[in-house]
Design a protein around this ligand. Structure first.
Ligand code: BGC
Ligand code: MG
Length: 539
Protein backbone atom coordinates (compact mmCIF):
# COMPACT_ATOMS: atom_id res chain seq x y z
CA UNK A 1 0.00 0.00 0.00
CA UNK A 2 1.29 3.43 -0.86
CA UNK A 3 1.23 5.91 1.96
CA UNK A 4 0.25 9.28 0.59
CA UNK A 5 0.61 11.40 3.70
CA UNK A 6 2.20 11.06 7.10
CA UNK A 7 -0.49 11.11 9.78
CA UNK A 8 0.10 14.04 12.14
CA UNK A 9 0.95 13.12 15.72
CA UNK A 10 -1.90 13.86 18.15
CA UNK A 11 -1.80 17.48 19.31
CA UNK A 12 -1.07 16.71 22.95
CA UNK A 13 2.17 14.79 22.38
CA UNK A 14 4.12 18.02 22.02
CA UNK A 15 1.62 20.65 23.21
CA UNK A 16 2.66 23.61 25.34
CA UNK A 17 -0.16 24.16 27.79
CA UNK A 18 -0.53 27.37 29.78
CA UNK A 19 -1.93 27.12 33.30
CA UNK A 20 -4.41 29.88 34.07
CA UNK A 21 -4.91 30.34 37.81
CA UNK A 22 -8.35 31.83 37.24
CA UNK A 23 -8.55 33.91 40.39
CA UNK A 24 -5.34 35.76 39.56
CA UNK A 25 -5.24 36.10 35.78
CA UNK A 26 -7.46 39.05 34.82
CA UNK A 27 -10.47 40.68 36.46
CA UNK A 28 -13.18 42.05 34.15
CA UNK A 29 -15.70 43.38 36.69
CA UNK A 30 -13.64 45.24 39.26
CA UNK A 31 -14.22 42.92 42.23
CA UNK A 32 -10.50 42.18 42.52
CA UNK A 33 -10.95 38.55 41.47
CA UNK A 34 -9.97 37.16 38.09
CA UNK A 35 -12.85 35.73 36.06
CA UNK A 36 -13.95 34.02 32.84
CA UNK A 37 -14.49 37.26 30.93
CA UNK A 38 -11.11 38.57 32.09
CA UNK A 39 -9.44 35.50 30.60
CA UNK A 40 -11.45 35.91 27.42
CA UNK A 41 -10.26 39.51 27.05
CA UNK A 42 -6.66 38.46 27.51
CA UNK A 43 -6.67 35.53 25.08
CA UNK A 44 -4.62 37.53 22.55
CA UNK A 45 -1.75 37.47 25.06
CA UNK A 46 -1.82 33.67 25.05
CA UNK A 47 -2.13 33.48 21.31
CA UNK A 48 0.77 35.91 20.90
CA UNK A 49 2.83 33.88 23.36
CA UNK A 50 2.36 30.87 21.11
CA UNK A 51 0.93 28.22 23.42
CA UNK A 52 -1.36 25.46 22.17
CA UNK A 53 -3.84 25.23 25.01
CA UNK A 54 -4.85 26.60 28.37
CA UNK A 55 -5.65 24.73 31.55
CA UNK A 56 -8.12 26.53 33.81
CA UNK A 57 -7.83 25.84 37.54
CA UNK A 58 -11.18 25.16 39.29
CA UNK A 59 -13.84 27.81 38.67
CA UNK A 60 -16.74 25.69 39.95
CA UNK A 61 -19.15 26.69 42.70
CA UNK A 62 -17.04 26.67 45.83
CA UNK A 63 -16.75 28.24 49.28
CA UNK A 64 -13.05 28.74 48.31
CA UNK A 65 -11.63 27.15 51.44
CA UNK A 66 -8.83 25.75 49.25
CA UNK A 67 -8.79 28.10 46.28
CA UNK A 68 -11.68 26.27 44.58
CA UNK A 69 -10.27 22.75 45.06
CA UNK A 70 -13.22 22.41 47.42
CA UNK A 71 -15.98 21.95 44.87
CA UNK A 72 -19.62 22.34 45.95
CA UNK A 73 -21.17 22.03 42.47
CA UNK A 74 -18.93 20.64 39.73
CA UNK A 75 -21.44 21.48 36.99
CA UNK A 76 -21.62 25.24 37.39
CA UNK A 77 -19.37 28.30 37.42
CA UNK A 78 -19.03 30.10 40.74
CA UNK A 79 -20.70 33.52 40.43
CA UNK A 80 -17.41 35.16 41.45
CA UNK A 81 -15.92 33.84 38.19
CA UNK A 82 -18.96 34.41 35.96
CA UNK A 83 -21.56 32.06 34.50
CA UNK A 84 -21.75 28.99 32.28
CA UNK A 85 -22.51 31.35 29.40
CA UNK A 86 -19.28 33.22 30.11
CA UNK A 87 -17.44 29.90 30.16
CA UNK A 88 -18.98 28.87 26.83
CA UNK A 89 -18.00 32.22 25.32
CA UNK A 90 -14.44 31.78 26.56
CA UNK A 91 -14.16 28.30 25.05
CA UNK A 92 -15.65 29.50 21.77
CA UNK A 93 -13.21 32.41 21.52
CA UNK A 94 -10.24 30.23 22.50
CA UNK A 95 -11.16 27.69 19.84
CA UNK A 96 -11.52 30.45 17.26
CA UNK A 97 -7.95 31.51 18.07
CA UNK A 98 -6.74 27.93 17.74
CA UNK A 99 -6.28 27.44 21.49
CA UNK A 100 -7.56 24.31 23.19
CA UNK A 101 -9.03 24.40 26.69
CA UNK A 102 -8.60 21.88 29.47
CA UNK A 103 -10.28 22.09 32.87
CA UNK A 104 -9.57 20.71 36.32
CA UNK A 105 -11.49 17.80 37.80
CA UNK A 106 -11.30 17.13 41.53
CA UNK A 107 -12.23 13.49 42.22
CA UNK A 108 -10.53 12.79 45.55
CA UNK A 109 -12.87 14.98 47.57
CA UNK A 110 -15.72 17.48 47.42
CA UNK A 111 -16.49 20.54 49.48
CA UNK A 112 -18.41 19.96 52.70
CA UNK A 113 -21.02 22.26 51.09
CA UNK A 114 -21.66 19.72 48.29
CA UNK A 115 -25.24 18.32 48.44
CA UNK A 116 -23.85 14.84 48.98
CA UNK A 117 -21.94 15.85 52.08
CA UNK A 118 -24.83 17.90 53.36
CA UNK A 119 -27.03 14.79 53.06
CA UNK A 120 -24.33 12.68 54.73
CA UNK A 121 -24.05 15.12 57.62
CA UNK A 122 -27.80 15.09 58.18
CA UNK A 123 -27.96 11.29 58.09
CA UNK A 124 -26.94 9.22 61.10
CA UNK A 125 -24.18 6.64 61.16
CA UNK A 126 -24.84 3.61 59.01
CA UNK A 127 -27.18 5.57 56.70
CA UNK A 128 -26.57 4.96 52.95
CA UNK A 129 -26.17 8.73 52.40
CA UNK A 130 -22.89 8.45 54.25
CA UNK A 131 -21.54 5.76 51.96
CA UNK A 132 -20.34 8.29 49.36
CA UNK A 133 -17.69 9.45 51.84
CA UNK A 134 -15.37 7.65 54.25
CA UNK A 135 -17.00 7.60 57.67
CA UNK A 136 -15.47 5.35 60.32
CA UNK A 137 -16.05 4.83 64.03
CA UNK A 138 -13.42 6.35 66.29
CA UNK A 139 -11.00 4.49 68.49
CA UNK A 140 -10.97 4.57 72.29
CA UNK A 141 -13.74 3.55 74.68
CA UNK A 142 -16.16 6.27 73.51
CA UNK A 143 -14.86 6.55 69.94
CA UNK A 144 -13.20 9.81 70.91
CA UNK A 145 -9.95 9.08 69.05
CA UNK A 146 -9.54 9.29 65.26
CA UNK A 147 -9.84 5.94 63.43
CA UNK A 148 -6.14 5.96 62.55
CA UNK A 149 -3.10 8.23 62.59
CA UNK A 150 -3.30 9.62 59.05
CA UNK A 151 -2.55 13.30 58.78
CA UNK A 152 -4.04 15.98 56.59
CA UNK A 153 -1.64 17.13 53.86
CA UNK A 154 -2.29 20.64 55.15
CA UNK A 155 -1.40 19.71 58.75
CA UNK A 156 -3.31 18.25 61.69
CA UNK A 157 -5.37 15.04 61.74
CA UNK A 158 -7.00 13.74 58.54
CA UNK A 159 -10.21 12.92 60.43
CA UNK A 160 -12.98 15.09 61.83
CA UNK A 161 -15.77 13.85 64.08
CA UNK A 162 -19.35 14.64 63.14
CA UNK A 163 -22.16 14.40 65.71
CA UNK A 164 -25.11 12.19 64.85
CA UNK A 165 -28.37 14.07 64.12
CA UNK A 166 -29.64 13.31 67.63
CA UNK A 167 -26.66 15.22 69.02
CA UNK A 168 -24.78 12.17 70.27
CA UNK A 169 -21.12 11.70 69.45
CA UNK A 170 -20.82 10.31 66.00
CA UNK A 171 -18.38 8.89 63.49
CA UNK A 172 -15.34 10.48 61.93
CA UNK A 173 -14.89 11.33 58.24
CA UNK A 174 -11.64 11.27 56.33
CA UNK A 175 -10.19 14.40 54.73
CA UNK A 176 -6.67 14.14 53.37
CA UNK A 177 -6.78 17.92 52.86
CA UNK A 178 -8.81 20.54 54.74
CA UNK A 179 -11.66 19.43 57.03
CA UNK A 180 -13.95 21.17 54.52
CA UNK A 181 -12.75 18.72 51.81
CA UNK A 182 -14.18 15.29 52.73
CA UNK A 183 -12.68 12.35 50.77
CA UNK A 184 -15.04 10.44 48.50
CA UNK A 185 -15.57 6.68 48.75
CA UNK A 186 -14.44 5.23 45.42
CA UNK A 187 -15.77 1.80 46.45
CA UNK A 188 -19.23 3.21 45.84
CA UNK A 189 -20.46 2.78 42.20
CA UNK A 190 -22.49 5.98 42.52
CA UNK A 191 -19.24 7.94 42.82
CA UNK A 192 -17.92 6.35 39.62
CA UNK A 193 -21.15 7.17 37.81
CA UNK A 194 -21.10 10.77 39.06
CA UNK A 195 -17.57 11.42 37.81
CA UNK A 196 -18.06 9.92 34.35
CA UNK A 197 -21.17 12.13 34.16
CA UNK A 198 -19.09 15.19 35.13
CA UNK A 199 -16.55 14.33 32.43
CA UNK A 200 -19.36 14.12 29.88
CA UNK A 201 -20.92 17.38 31.07
CA UNK A 202 -17.75 19.34 30.25
CA UNK A 203 -16.84 17.31 27.17
CA UNK A 204 -20.29 18.10 25.79
CA UNK A 205 -19.51 21.80 26.35
CA UNK A 206 -16.45 21.40 24.17
CA UNK A 207 -13.49 21.09 26.53
CA UNK A 208 -10.41 19.40 25.13
CA UNK A 209 -9.40 17.63 28.30
CA UNK A 210 -8.92 17.48 32.05
CA UNK A 211 -6.20 17.96 34.62
CA UNK A 212 -6.90 15.40 37.32
CA UNK A 213 -6.35 16.74 40.82
CA UNK A 214 -4.59 14.37 43.27
CA UNK A 215 -4.71 11.68 40.61
CA UNK A 216 -2.81 9.27 42.86
CA UNK A 217 -5.45 9.61 45.60
CA UNK A 218 -9.07 8.42 45.50
CA UNK A 219 -8.56 4.71 46.29
CA UNK A 220 -7.70 3.85 49.89
CA UNK A 221 -6.35 0.55 51.17
CA UNK A 222 -9.34 -1.21 52.79
CA UNK A 223 -7.46 -1.81 56.07
CA UNK A 224 -7.20 1.88 56.96
CA UNK A 225 -4.10 0.92 58.93
CA UNK A 226 -1.84 3.38 60.76
CA UNK A 227 1.20 4.53 58.85
CA UNK A 228 4.70 5.19 60.13
CA UNK A 229 4.40 8.72 61.44
CA UNK A 230 8.03 9.67 60.92
CA UNK A 231 7.47 9.30 57.20
CA UNK A 232 8.06 12.52 55.31
CA UNK A 233 5.30 12.55 52.72
CA UNK A 234 5.28 16.27 51.91
CA UNK A 235 2.19 18.15 50.73
CA UNK A 236 1.05 15.51 48.32
CA UNK A 237 3.25 12.63 49.38
CA UNK A 238 5.13 10.46 46.98
CA UNK A 239 5.59 6.93 48.35
CA UNK A 240 2.94 4.24 48.18
CA UNK A 241 0.89 4.79 51.34
CA UNK A 242 -2.56 3.34 52.13
CA UNK A 243 -4.15 6.49 50.69
CA UNK A 244 -1.88 7.30 47.73
CA UNK A 245 -0.84 5.44 44.57
CA UNK A 246 -2.97 2.37 45.25
CA UNK A 247 -3.38 -0.02 42.31
CA UNK A 248 -7.16 0.38 42.21
CA UNK A 249 -6.85 3.94 40.92
CA UNK A 250 -5.82 2.61 37.51
CA UNK A 251 -9.20 0.90 37.06
CA UNK A 252 -10.80 4.33 37.31
CA UNK A 253 -8.56 5.73 34.57
CA UNK A 254 -9.38 2.81 32.28
CA UNK A 255 -13.04 3.71 32.77
CA UNK A 256 -12.38 7.42 32.08
CA UNK A 257 -10.25 6.74 29.00
CA UNK A 258 -13.21 5.01 27.37
CA UNK A 259 -15.29 8.14 27.97
CA UNK A 260 -12.59 10.43 26.54
CA UNK A 261 -12.11 8.20 23.51
CA UNK A 262 -15.83 8.21 22.77
CA UNK A 263 -15.54 11.92 21.84
CA UNK A 264 -13.98 13.15 18.60
CA UNK A 265 -10.81 15.26 18.50
CA UNK A 266 -8.32 13.67 20.94
CA UNK A 267 -9.69 14.79 24.31
CA UNK A 268 -7.02 14.26 26.94
CA UNK A 269 -6.37 13.84 30.63
CA UNK A 270 -3.23 14.76 32.55
CA UNK A 271 -2.49 13.30 35.98
CA UNK A 272 -1.32 15.32 38.92
CA UNK A 273 0.25 12.27 40.55
CA UNK A 274 3.04 12.86 43.05
CA UNK A 275 4.46 9.33 43.00
CA UNK A 276 7.81 7.81 43.75
CA UNK A 277 9.93 7.75 40.61
CA UNK A 278 9.45 7.21 36.90
CA UNK A 279 8.43 3.53 37.28
CA UNK A 280 5.37 4.41 39.30
CA UNK A 281 4.50 7.38 37.10
CA UNK A 282 4.47 5.41 33.86
CA UNK A 283 1.58 3.30 35.18
CA UNK A 284 -0.68 6.36 34.86
CA UNK A 285 0.04 6.81 31.16
CA UNK A 286 -0.29 3.27 29.91
CA UNK A 287 -2.11 3.21 26.55
CA UNK A 288 -5.54 2.53 28.04
CA UNK A 289 -5.19 5.09 30.87
CA UNK A 290 -4.26 8.79 30.80
CA UNK A 291 -2.42 10.75 28.11
CA UNK A 292 0.00 12.69 30.27
CA UNK A 293 1.31 12.86 33.84
CA UNK A 294 3.20 15.86 35.20
CA UNK A 295 6.85 14.98 35.63
CA UNK A 296 7.38 16.37 39.12
CA UNK A 297 10.81 14.75 39.43
CA UNK A 298 12.00 17.40 36.96
CA UNK A 299 10.24 20.19 38.87
CA UNK A 300 11.82 19.17 42.18
CA UNK A 301 15.32 18.48 40.78
CA UNK A 302 18.06 20.82 42.00
CA UNK A 303 19.76 23.20 39.55
CA UNK A 304 22.65 20.82 39.18
CA UNK A 305 23.69 19.23 35.89
CA UNK A 306 24.38 15.62 37.02
CA UNK A 307 21.05 15.51 38.87
CA UNK A 308 19.12 16.95 35.94
CA UNK A 309 20.83 14.60 33.48
CA UNK A 310 19.78 11.62 35.58
CA UNK A 311 16.21 12.85 36.03
CA UNK A 312 15.83 13.58 32.32
CA UNK A 313 17.09 10.10 31.39
CA UNK A 314 14.86 8.36 33.92
CA UNK A 315 11.84 10.43 32.91
CA UNK A 316 12.25 9.66 29.25
CA UNK A 317 12.95 5.97 29.63
CA UNK A 318 10.03 5.73 32.06
CA UNK A 319 6.95 7.00 30.29
CA UNK A 320 8.21 6.48 26.74
CA UNK A 321 8.45 2.73 27.50
CA UNK A 322 4.65 2.71 27.45
CA UNK A 323 4.44 5.02 24.44
CA UNK A 324 3.58 8.26 26.31
CA UNK A 325 5.33 11.61 25.91
CA UNK A 326 7.14 13.18 28.87
CA UNK A 327 5.23 16.13 30.36
CA UNK A 328 7.67 18.75 31.62
CA UNK A 329 6.78 21.35 34.21
CA UNK A 330 8.84 23.72 36.38
CA UNK A 331 6.20 25.80 38.18
CA UNK A 332 2.55 25.63 39.21
CA UNK A 333 0.16 27.07 41.79
CA UNK A 334 1.38 24.70 44.53
CA UNK A 335 5.12 25.33 44.52
CA UNK A 336 7.51 28.24 45.00
CA UNK A 337 7.97 30.00 41.64
CA UNK A 338 11.13 28.66 40.01
CA UNK A 339 12.74 32.11 39.73
CA UNK A 340 12.91 32.07 43.52
CA UNK A 341 13.24 28.33 44.07
CA UNK A 342 16.53 28.10 42.18
CA UNK A 343 17.97 31.44 43.28
CA UNK A 344 20.05 30.47 46.34
CA UNK A 345 18.91 33.82 47.72
CA UNK A 346 20.25 35.82 44.73
CA UNK A 347 17.33 37.17 42.63
CA UNK A 348 19.53 37.85 39.59
CA UNK A 349 20.85 34.31 39.60
CA UNK A 350 17.27 33.11 40.12
CA UNK A 351 16.02 34.84 36.99
CA UNK A 352 19.04 33.76 34.95
CA UNK A 353 18.54 30.14 35.96
CA UNK A 354 14.79 30.32 35.39
CA UNK A 355 15.32 31.55 31.83
CA UNK A 356 17.88 28.83 31.20
CA UNK A 357 15.60 26.18 32.75
CA UNK A 358 12.81 27.24 30.39
CA UNK A 359 14.96 26.83 27.30
CA UNK A 360 16.08 23.45 28.61
CA UNK A 361 12.49 22.34 29.26
CA UNK A 362 11.17 23.51 25.91
CA UNK A 363 13.97 21.74 24.03
CA UNK A 364 13.32 18.34 25.63
CA UNK A 365 11.14 15.77 23.88
CA UNK A 366 7.47 15.82 24.81
CA UNK A 367 4.90 18.27 26.07
CA UNK A 368 5.34 21.16 28.54
CA UNK A 369 3.23 23.20 30.93
CA UNK A 370 3.80 26.89 31.68
CA UNK A 371 2.38 28.50 34.80
CA UNK A 372 0.92 32.00 34.35
CA UNK A 373 3.48 34.68 35.12
CA UNK A 374 6.52 32.54 34.50
CA UNK A 375 6.65 34.07 31.01
CA UNK A 376 7.20 37.38 32.86
CA UNK A 377 9.88 35.93 35.12
CA UNK A 378 7.74 36.67 38.18
CA UNK A 379 9.38 35.75 41.48
CA UNK A 380 7.59 34.25 44.48
CA UNK A 381 6.09 36.96 46.70
CA UNK A 382 7.63 36.13 50.06
CA UNK A 383 6.47 39.10 52.12
CA UNK A 384 2.67 38.88 52.00
CA UNK A 385 1.31 40.16 55.32
CA UNK A 386 -0.08 37.46 57.62
CA UNK A 387 -3.59 38.85 57.51
CA UNK A 388 -3.98 38.43 53.74
CA UNK A 389 -2.90 34.79 53.64
CA UNK A 390 -5.67 32.52 52.35
CA UNK A 391 -4.07 29.12 51.90
CA UNK A 392 -5.54 26.70 54.49
CA UNK A 393 -1.98 25.49 55.08
CA UNK A 394 -1.31 28.67 57.09
CA UNK A 395 -4.06 27.97 59.66
CA UNK A 396 -3.77 24.18 59.70
CA UNK A 397 -0.01 24.26 60.26
CA UNK A 398 -0.55 26.46 63.32
CA UNK A 399 1.07 29.39 61.45
CA UNK A 400 4.30 27.47 60.92
CA UNK A 401 3.98 27.24 57.12
CA UNK A 402 2.95 30.27 55.11
CA UNK A 403 1.50 28.18 52.29
CA UNK A 404 1.16 28.76 48.58
CA UNK A 405 -0.26 32.28 48.23
CA UNK A 406 3.13 33.69 47.20
CA UNK A 407 2.91 32.04 43.77
CA UNK A 408 -0.76 33.02 43.32
CA UNK A 409 -0.43 36.81 43.32
CA UNK A 410 -2.32 38.45 40.39
CA UNK A 411 -0.65 39.08 37.04
CA UNK A 412 0.62 42.61 36.19
CA UNK A 413 -0.58 43.60 32.72
CA UNK A 414 0.19 47.31 32.60
CA UNK A 415 3.13 49.35 33.80
CA UNK A 416 1.80 52.43 35.56
CA UNK A 417 -1.90 51.96 36.36
CA UNK A 418 -2.85 51.16 39.95
CA UNK A 419 -3.20 47.38 40.24
CA UNK A 420 -1.24 47.13 36.98
CA UNK A 421 -4.37 46.52 34.92
CA UNK A 422 -5.23 43.27 36.72
CA UNK A 423 -8.37 44.92 38.06
CA UNK A 424 -9.91 48.41 38.18
CA UNK A 425 -7.60 51.08 39.65
CA UNK A 426 -9.85 51.62 42.68
CA UNK A 427 -10.42 47.91 43.37
CA UNK A 428 -8.62 45.72 45.86
CA UNK A 429 -6.93 42.67 44.26
CA UNK A 430 -7.68 39.54 46.33
CA UNK A 431 -3.95 39.38 47.12
CA UNK A 432 -1.84 42.56 47.14
CA UNK A 433 0.57 43.01 44.22
CA UNK A 434 4.16 44.15 44.90
CA UNK A 435 4.73 47.83 44.03
CA UNK A 436 7.71 46.99 41.81
CA UNK A 437 5.73 44.63 39.54
CA UNK A 438 4.98 47.40 37.02
CA UNK A 439 8.43 46.81 35.59
CA UNK A 440 7.59 43.13 35.11
CA UNK A 441 4.22 43.75 33.47
CA UNK A 442 3.23 42.42 30.07
CA UNK A 443 3.18 45.99 28.72
CA UNK A 444 6.68 46.70 30.04
CA UNK A 445 8.10 43.52 28.50
CA UNK A 446 6.17 43.55 25.25
CA UNK A 447 8.57 45.41 23.02
CA UNK A 448 11.79 44.76 24.93
CA UNK A 449 13.66 42.16 22.87
CA UNK A 450 15.66 41.05 25.93
CA UNK A 451 12.66 40.55 28.20
CA UNK A 452 11.64 37.17 29.56
CA UNK A 453 8.36 37.52 27.66
CA UNK A 454 10.27 37.96 24.40
CA UNK A 455 12.39 34.92 25.23
CA UNK A 456 9.28 32.76 25.76
CA UNK A 457 7.73 34.01 22.53
CA UNK A 458 10.88 33.32 20.55
CA UNK A 459 11.32 29.86 22.06
CA UNK A 460 7.70 28.88 21.45
CA UNK A 461 7.84 30.11 17.86
CA UNK A 462 11.05 28.18 17.20
CA UNK A 463 9.54 25.13 18.86
CA UNK A 464 6.62 25.22 16.46
CA UNK A 465 8.77 25.80 13.40
CA UNK A 466 11.72 23.51 14.04
CA UNK A 467 11.19 19.90 13.03
CA UNK A 468 13.58 18.61 15.67
CA UNK A 469 11.59 20.02 18.58
CA UNK A 470 8.50 18.68 20.35
CA UNK A 471 7.87 14.94 20.32
CA UNK A 472 10.78 12.70 19.36
CA UNK A 473 14.19 11.68 20.59
CA UNK A 474 17.31 13.30 21.98
CA UNK A 475 20.91 12.27 22.37
CA UNK A 476 23.45 13.57 24.87
CA UNK A 477 26.63 15.09 23.50
CA UNK A 478 29.72 14.54 25.60
CA UNK A 479 30.46 17.56 27.77
CA UNK A 480 31.89 18.62 31.10
CA UNK A 481 29.99 17.32 34.12
CA UNK A 482 28.32 20.61 34.97
CA UNK A 483 27.16 21.32 31.42
CA UNK A 484 24.21 19.71 29.62
CA UNK A 485 24.47 19.36 25.86
CA UNK A 486 22.09 17.36 23.71
CA UNK A 487 21.25 17.00 20.09
CA UNK A 488 17.97 16.45 18.34
CA UNK A 489 17.57 15.62 14.69
CA UNK A 490 17.48 17.25 12.27
CA UNK A 491 20.25 19.65 13.20
CA UNK A 492 19.40 21.02 16.63
CA UNK A 493 21.62 21.38 19.70
CA UNK A 494 20.73 22.66 23.16
CA UNK A 495 23.50 23.51 25.62
CA UNK A 496 23.07 24.63 29.22
CA UNK A 497 25.93 25.87 31.33
CA UNK A 498 25.15 25.08 34.96
CA UNK A 499 28.70 25.75 36.13
CA UNK A 500 29.80 28.95 37.83
CA UNK A 501 32.13 30.01 35.02
CA UNK A 502 31.79 30.70 31.27
CA UNK A 503 32.33 27.75 28.95
CA UNK A 504 33.38 27.52 25.35
CA UNK A 505 31.54 25.53 22.66
CA UNK A 506 33.89 24.99 19.73
CA UNK A 507 32.45 24.64 16.27
CA UNK A 508 30.41 26.50 13.71
CA UNK A 509 26.88 27.10 14.75
CA UNK A 510 23.98 29.38 13.97
CA UNK A 511 22.39 30.68 17.13
CA UNK A 512 18.61 30.23 17.27
CA UNK A 513 18.10 31.83 20.66
CA UNK A 514 19.80 32.11 24.05
CA UNK A 515 18.64 32.81 27.58
CA UNK A 516 21.31 35.54 28.08
CA UNK A 517 23.87 37.43 25.97
CA UNK A 518 26.56 35.17 24.51
CA UNK A 519 29.95 35.56 22.86
CA UNK A 520 30.03 34.31 19.27
CA UNK A 521 32.85 34.16 16.71
CA UNK A 522 33.88 32.01 13.78
CA UNK A 523 35.42 29.31 15.96
CA UNK A 524 32.75 28.94 18.59
CA UNK A 525 30.52 30.28 21.28
CA UNK A 526 31.10 31.45 24.84
CA UNK A 527 28.29 30.65 27.21
CA UNK A 528 28.15 32.48 30.54
CA UNK A 529 27.22 30.74 33.80
CA UNK A 530 23.54 29.75 34.10
CA UNK A 531 22.90 30.27 30.39
CA UNK A 532 21.13 28.03 27.88
CA UNK A 533 21.39 28.25 24.12
CA UNK A 534 19.59 26.71 21.14
CA UNK A 535 21.76 26.14 18.11
CA UNK A 536 21.34 25.04 14.57
CA UNK A 537 23.90 22.39 13.77
CA UNK A 538 24.80 20.69 10.53
CA UNK A 539 22.67 17.53 10.20
C1 BGC B 1 -3.97 21.01 44.08
C2 BGC B 1 -3.87 21.88 45.26
C3 BGC B 1 -4.99 21.49 46.21
C4 BGC B 1 -4.97 20.00 46.52
C5 BGC B 1 -6.26 19.53 47.10
C6 BGC B 1 -3.62 19.70 44.71
O1 BGC B 1 -3.13 18.79 43.95
O2 BGC B 1 -3.12 21.34 43.02
O3 BGC B 1 -3.91 23.24 44.94
O4 BGC B 1 -4.81 22.16 47.41
O5 BGC B 1 -4.77 19.26 45.37
O6 BGC B 1 -7.27 19.53 46.14
MG1 MG C 1 -13.90 39.58 38.78
Amino acid sequence: MVQTSTPRAPWWRDAVIYQVYVRSFADSNGDGIGDMTGIRQRLPHLQGLGVDALWLTPFYVSPMADGGYDVADPRDVDPMFGSLDDFDALVADAHDLGLRVIVDIVPNHTSDQHVWFQAAAQAGHGHPNRDRYLFRPGRGAGGELPPNNWESRFGGPAWTRLPDPDGTDGEWYLHLFDSSQPDLNWENPEVHQEYTDILRFWLDRGVDGFRIDVAHGMVKHPDFADIETDEETGLLGTGVVPYFDQDGVHEIYREWRKVLDSYPGERIAVAEAWVEGADRLLRYVRPDELHQAFNFDFLTAAWHAPILRKVIDASISGVTSVGAPVTWVVSNHDVTRHVTRNSDGDPDAGLRRARAATLLMLALPGSAYIYQGEELGLPEVTDLPDDVLQDPVWERSGHTQRGRDGCRVPIPWETARPNFGFTEPDAQPWLPMPAEWGALSVAAQNSDPDSTLSLYRAALRLRREHHALGDGEMEWVESADDVLVFRREPGFVCAVNLSAVPIRLDGRYDVLTASAPIGHDASGITLAADTAIWLKAAS
